[in-house]
Design a binder for this molecule. Structure first.
Ligand code: NAP
Length: 283
């Protein structure tokens, strides 16, 4: 079997067109959805991420503000900036790019963001809303994975999903979203014994570890759907995921590539959340 690709670029394009249309409708009411991206320090990867986020906003007709600060910025000054953005009516979503310099308590900064503007979905109120099935903002990467499953018309009800990884930003929210969609969910992590025995039973596998070849063909049930969140470098320095793509694509029914899979969906869902925040604020 050769798996069908779930193309994150193509799906992103479609969803971003929808975002642009909804943004136009809000603009007609005098509201331009606005995202503030705050970057502290000069981490090269973070600089690329924030540039991409700001550009994606502009391309979809969203207003965006990039605030860049020196790595020496104090925690108190950053908290004051977050508070100012909380009170800025032109800003509907606030994203503080992680990681922050070591002298700043990242969790404290995240908790300072108004939950109504928490478009990254990392605030404890957003996590609680996801856990209890209340309205809130879902973290962008696992939310993008759910959209990818929806795009192939996959019905999760009663299916066994195995999530590999239990981080607060990917693995745990992913598991909760799958549970909310009525899947039976297993969460694996670094202490899990016999991962292969679990993944071999899975209808859906989400790999979110950050290590190459965590999932190989012999670990996958024929016809399973495989979503690869991982971002790693191979021996040639090229971007690759957690999944042995060449092997697994011969067994799975659907698979996401890296690059061009979950990655672009993460930024797309940030746009969706920002638009949603603006729509909620307009009601
Ligand atoms: P993380 O915080 O480092 O979490 C990694 C998880 O993998 C942990 O729960 C860890 O278990 C588990 N793990 C480690 N080794 C394992 C093994 N051998 N078997 C099973 N589980 C194992 O990473 P993250 O932030 O969730 O990100 C995961 C990957 O996704 C990274 O490559 C990251 O770059 C990528 N990512 C991509 C996007 C995107 O937009 N495409 C967005 C976010 C993250 P313990 O909890 O026991 O340590």
């Amino acid at each position: 079997m050769t798996a069908q690709l779930i193309d994150g670029n193509a799906l992103s394009k479609q969803l971003r067109t929808e975002v642009a249309t909804r943004a136009q409708a809000l603009k007609a009411k005098g509201i331009t959805p606005g995202l503030a991206v705050v970057l502290v320090g000069d981490n090269p990867a973070s600089q690329v991420y924030v540039r991409n986020k700001v550009k994606a906003c502009e391309d979809s007709g969203l207003h965006s503000v990039l605030e860049k600060y020196e790595a020496t910025m104090t925690e108190a000054d950053l908290l004051a900036r977050v508070e100012a953005l909380n009170n800025d009516p032109a800003i509907h979503g606030i994203l503080v790019q992680l990681p922050l310099p070591a002298h700043i308590d990242a969790q404290k900064v995240i908790e300072a963001i108004s939950p109504a503007k928490d478009v990254d979905g990392f605030h404890i109120a957003s996590a609680g809303a996801l856990m209890t099935g209340m309205p809130g903002f879902w973290p962008c990467t696992p939310y993008g994975c759910i959209k990818m499953l929806e795009s192939i018309g996959y019905d999760l009800r009663g299916k066994h999903a195995v999530v590999i990884g239990r981080s607060n930003i990917v693995g745990k929210p992913m598991a909760l979203m799958l549970l909310q969609k009525d899947a039976t969910v297993t969460v694996a992590h670094s202490r899990t014994q016999n991962l292969k025995a679990l993944t071999q039973q899975a209808d859906v596998i989400v790999a979110a570890v950050g290590k190459r070849n965590v999932l190989t063909a012999d670990m996958v049930k024929p016809g399973a759907v495989v979503l690869d969140v991982g971002m790693n470098r191979n021996d040639e320095g090229k971007l690759c995921g957690d999944v042995d793509f060449e092997g697994v694509k011969e067994v799975a029914s659907h698979i996401t590539p890296v690059p061009g899979g979950v990655g672009p969906m993460t930024i797309t869902m940030l746009l969706v959340n920002t638009l949603e925040a603006a729509e909620r604020a307009s009601k």
